[in-house]
Design a protein around this ligand. Structure first.
Ligand code: IMP
Ligand code: MG
Length: 181
């Protein structure tokens, strides 16, 4: 797997520091609130697992599955929800936990979907942000951002290419020859 990586962007230590910082911010902001962390499967599992342990508040967790990618590196534009929250969320202050904010369609769709169900609040937290890739018409802004990345396809720490590389402990740029042939 390491041979398919062109460049490491964030080491395990870098990631640890980023996640700790976001955890501290959330801890300050959500004191006294009824926090529900919603992890977007599957790319956010590593981030979610580490982030929840950096939040020094009682909170609940749950999972949704949304896909906007096929097996390539370009977004299809269509976001489908294959796992949803099937209960009343009106009592919760929700933070959607995402791996990467790319075209922005996934988080925008999830935010609209959950907001329409009348929770106390909905915020968005993404480990990575690729602002250059934002789709036209997406106006959503992140409430918590780990790091901004350039317009390159990245893998590791949950992020995949064709379901692979999720278990790399760091985040790196995938060599273009891996997905171009
Ligand atoms: P969006 O709807 O275009 O913002 O896409 C968000 C989803 O696309 C993320 O949750 C990722 O699963 C996937 N994605 C976007 N960019 C990358 C990348 O560079 N590497 C791996 N997955 C990505
Ligand atoms: Mg993915």
């Amino acid at each position: 797997m390491n041979n398919d990586i062109k460049e490491i962007l964030f080491s395990q230590d870098d990631i640890k520091e980023i996640v700790k910082r976001i955890g501290e911010q959330i801890t300050k902001d959500y004191e006294g609130k009824n926090l529900l962390l919603v992890c977007v499967l599957k790319g956010s599992v590593c981030f979610m697992a580490d982030l929840m342990r950096e939040i020094r508040l009682p909170c609940k967790i749950d999972f949704m599955d949304a896909k906007s990618y096929g097996c390539g590196t370009e977004t299809s534009g269509v976001v489908s929800i294959s796992r949803d929250l099937n209960y009343d969320i009106s009592a919760y202050d929700i933070i959607i936990v995402e791996d990467i904010f790319d075209s922005g369609r996934t988080l925008e769709k999830l935010t609209h979907l959950l907001s329409a169900r009348g929770p106390k609040s909905v915020a968005c937290c993404s480990l990575l942000d690729k602002p250059e890739r934002r789709a036209e018409g997406v106006s959503l802004k992140l409430n918590y951002t780990g790091a901004v990345v350039p317009d390159a396809f990245v893998v590791g720490y949950g992020l995949d290419y064709d379901e692979k590389y999720r278990n790399l402990p760091y985040i790196g740029v995938l060599k273009p020859e891996v997905y171009s042939n």
